[in-house]
Design a protein around this ligand. Structure first.
Ligand code: CU
Length: 172
């Protein structure tokens, strides 16, 4: 194969990788409860119903030290506010939860009484390829976070380019 043809292939490949990346970069960071954050005053049901959670997205719980985040293992625990059997507990005030797979996840505040006051969240993660009604996040919340996504994105891009150019050297 001619050298120029190889370069052309590489270019096409890179564009392909770039398009894949764009899909990745569209991963969202959901600030739980929006501006109000993780608090008793927030209506989490309506907050969650207005958005689509996709694999690759992250949840960010922002809260004061009087709260915590407990991930519950079942719908039953969620209904009963059984935070004692939590599968994971966080209390750093800025807890990031990555949505790694399709399915339903349950969260509640670990502080006594708060879950019963409505401080609980149930979300269903869908596959990244399905597009939901609210694929756009308010720019105020996403701007601070997209940097992280971009860093990992450019790393993936770099790695893919490396793999591709190696492949081209073998083929050409
Ligand atoms: Cu609380």
């Amino acid at each position: 194969m001619e050298k120029s043809a190889c370069n052309m292939l590489l270019l096409v490949g890179c564009v392909g990788v770039l398009l894949m990346l764009l899909e990745q970069v569209s991963a969202e960071q959901h600030i739980v409860g929006g501006k109000q954050g993780w608090d008793q005053s927030t209506d989490f049901d309506s907050w969650a119903s207005g958005r689509t959670f996709k694999v690759g997205d992250t949840l960010v719980f922002k809260y004061s030290p009087m709260h915590s985040v407990a991930e519950l293992g079942s719908e039953d625990d969620y209904k009963k506010c059984d935070v004692g059997s939590a599968t994971n507990s966080m209390s750093d005030g800025n807890s990031v939860v990555k949505l790694t797979k399709v399915g339903t996840r349950y969260f509640a505040c670990g502080t006594a009484g708060h879950c019963d006051q409505g401080m609980k969240l149930k979300i269903t993660t869908v596959s990244a390829s399905s597009s939901g009604p609210s694929s756009s996040t308010p720019s105020s919340t996403s701007s601070s976070t997209s940097g992280v996504t971009r860093v990992s994105g450019s790393f993936v891009f770099f790695a893919s380019t490396l793999v591709m150019s190696t492949l081209m050297h073998i083929l050409c």
